[in-house]
Design a protein around this ligand. Structure first.
Ligand code: SF4
Length: 328
């Protein structure tokens, strides 16, 4: 099995491994591969990241989503600089003391960057381990969790190279032992796979019942003046925390113009409804409705150039809002 050629594998340093593992949390490999080189060029060491302002970090994070990770990475860089002399700590225990680093990421960094025998369990590993053992119970809950982590630990402790073992497990799950139609005929561990022997690989691991997605409505208010758009900083907690966005009113259902004007007194008038699009997050479907408006003169807004929007700390949703608003 050949490992995929990915930017963070070209040159391994603890910091590059650390950043890649944070970026890879809940984000597709192809998206991370696109964003990783520019981020590392700008922040080649924990010290450089620690001394940068948050807005710079968020703007380089644009397109990766889940911006809390960027804030955690920024905070972790400051701790690494202050408490660990600018060097990424080596043990899973120390790594887990950093913001945004859970057991999985700590295991991945400790094993790949430092060769420590630290286990990893993520979605891919769960699938591979369940199939190897033909585990026909739920993979959720304490018992399954304990079994998965102790099995991963046995594997990594018995390996000559913990880094190779962990990466091989991840890679096997991502490219061969995939959820649908696993490629058993080219699988290097086929001979010791209990699910393959039992022909149960299509239903192991057992499917989890999906949690219903919640729908919310974001009414976004946009005024464009001489190529600039009025924005505010979003609240420090919640979705897109601390990022720039046109003023938004959030509700469970679509509201009429009278209600919107009542809720957002800084709007003088709503000129036109410019359309709607859906934005999906892990647990929510967000219906984003875009309105061209005129704000009152006392509205507290920062005016940023539309052409330079991508350079600011804005979400992909805001880029789409700006597109919708700019269309005549
Ligand atoms: S033989 Fe098939 S089910 Fe078993 S680990 Fe390999 S790809 Fe997965």
């Amino acid at each position: 099995m050949v490992l995929r050629d990915l930017p963070w594998r070209k040159r391994r340093t603890p910091w590059r491994v650390f950043v890649s593992e944070v970026m890879l949390q809940q984000t597709q490999v192809s998206r991370v591969a696109e964003k990783f080189p520019a981020f590392l060029r700008r922040f080649p060491t924990p010290k450089r990241l620690a001394s940068s302002c948050e807005q710079d970090v968020l703007s380089l994070w644009q397109g990766l989503g889940y911006y809390r990770r960027a804030k955690n990475l920024h905070a972790a860089a400051k701790i690494i600089t202050a408490r660990f002399g600018g060097r990424v700590p080596q043990t899973s225990h120390e790594l887990q003391s950093l913001p945004g680093i859970g057991r999985y990421s700590a295991g991945a960094i400790a094993s790949i960057a430092f060769g420590q025998a630290a286990p990893i369990v993520d979605g891919n590993v769960v699938r591979v381990l369940s199939r190897l053992a033909d585990w026909r119970e739920s993979t959720k809950g304490n018992i399954a969790n304990e079994w998965l982590w102790s099995t991963a630990e046995k594997f990594v402790c018995g390996a000559k190279s913990p880094a190779v073992l962990n990466e091989a497990l991840m890679e096997l799950g991502a490219t061969v032992c995939v959820p649908k139609n696993p490629r058993c005929m080219v699988c290097p561990v086929r001979v010791c796979c209990a699910a393959f022997k039992a022909n149960s690989q299509e239903f192991v691991p057992l499917k989890q019942t999906a949690v219903p997605r919640r729908t919310v409505v974001h009414h976004a208010f946009v005024e464009i003046r001489k190529g600039t758009m009025g924005v505010q900083t979003r609240p420090a907690k919640g979705l897109w925390a601390g990022m720039l966005s046109p003023p938004v009113f959030e509700s469970a259902t679509v509201c009429n113009a009278r209600k919107l004007l009542r809720e957002r007194p800084e709007i003088k008038r709503i000129e036109q409804f410019r359309g709607e699009f859906e934005f999906l997050t892990t647990h929510r479907t967000i219906r984003i409705r875009v309105y061209a408006v005129e704000f009152c003169s006392q509205a507290k807004l920062r005016w940023i150039e539309l052409e330079k929007l991508k350079k600011y700390a804005v979400s992909n949703a805001v880029l789409r809002i700006a597109d919708a608003a700019a269309k005549k």
